[in-house]
Design a protein around this ligand. Structure first.
Ligand SMILES: C[S@@+](CC[C@H](N)C(=O)[O-])C[C@H]1O[C@@H](n2cnc3c(N)ncnc32)[C@H](O)[C@@H]1O
Length: 291
């Protein structure tokens, strides 16, 4: 049976879409169908609710149908609507760009708590969609942020989001492998206030969710076989570059609250790491100051 009958009402259309998504194993199917219908029609969800008895025109019905079919094949909702929410703003996302997760908001909170007012330069390493860099630039209007990523697609998307949000003039986007490019900038690092990184950290085989495994770029979520490979490279680089007294803030993956601090164990390099849990109580945000 076709998903949509000609000139079905919005209510019938939504019901059919919800059924199709539920059958495909998609959680919160009604909310996701509403989000896709709002995206298709350009109406807010409240406006849709007020028009449930009205028909959906053929063009929108065809667009909505293809979006529902894509979502049923586990294409991430955020890629289908082209944006993702973070704190109080939206960024662009598209295939090739990591979709920001809510736990990263607590990374931003930690950075803002540790970032010295007198040192307005921050580095967001592995910037992906740019959410951390953009959030920092929005929170501190005196700041300058260097946002680094190895992916040209991610950097282009982050730059466009920064422009949308009016902070592009205070964020420098750099394509580089971790901190390699900064070695050249070593003399000016005494002005650096904080280094933050939300790296790819999932052990490759642990990711089974099709939305992530089959659609998000593996370079953005997989740290390698164990998940901590990027931290193993990044922490010595950070120790070599960060001036004394400056904080390093890292997002951690599930179960990494012992293995990653162990990489900071040299007491000559780092103060004892502190780890804050996320909203689910999972140890998530590590910070340590360079000695
Ligand atoms: C988990 S995503 C983080 C995105 C963003 N910070 C956020 O919170 O949404 C990790 C990012 O690291 C980038 N990346 C992976 N390996 C890298 C490397 N060696 N050097 C720089 N960036 C890298 C990926 O392209 C991806 O955009």
């Amino acid at each position: 049976m076709p998903l949509l009958q000609p000139r079905s009402s919005l209510a019938d259309t939504l019901r059919a879409a919800e059924r199709e998504l539920t059958q495909a194993g998609i959680e919160a199917a009604r909310i996701q169908a509403m989000a896709l219908l709002a995206h298709t029609t350009g109406l807010t969800r409240a406006a849709l609710l007020a028009r449930l008895r009205e028909p959906l025109d053929h063009e929108n019905a065809a667009t909505f149908r293809s979006l529902i079919q894509a979502r049923a094949r586990h294409h991430p909702l955020q890629y289908l609507v082209g944006q993702a929410s973070f704190l109080d703003f939206e960024v662009r996302v598209a295939p090739g760009v990591f979709i920001p997760r809510p736990e990263t908001e607590q990374v931003v909170e930690r950075v803002l708590a540790l970032w010295e007012p007198s040192l307005p330069w921050a580095i967001d390493l592995c910037c992906g969609s740019g959410v951390i860099a953009i959030a920092l630039a929005r929170a501190r209007t005196d700041s300058r942020v260097t946002a680094i990523d190895v992916s040209a697609v991610a950097l282009a998307s982050a730059r466009a989001s920064a422009a949308d949000l009016g902070v592009a003039d205070r964020i420098e986007f750099v394509r580089a492998d971790l901190l390699a490019a900064l070695q050249l900038a070593a003399p000016r690092l005494d002005r650096l206030g904080v280094l933050v990184c939300n790296p790819p950290y999932a052990p490759r085989a642990a990711v089974t969710q099709p939305e992530v495994r089959d659609h998000e770029p593996e370079i953005a979520w997989s740290g390698g076989p164990t998940g901590i490979e990027i931290y193993e490279r990044l922490i010595p680089q950070a120790a070599a570059l960060l001036p004394a007294g400056r904080p390093l803030v890292l997002e951690l993956g599930y179960g990494q609250e012992a293995s990653v601090p162990a990489l900071l164990a040299d007491p000559g390099d780092w103060s004892p790491p502190q780890i804050k849990p996320d909203f689910q109580g999972i140890p998530r945000v590590l910070s340590a100051h360079r000695r």
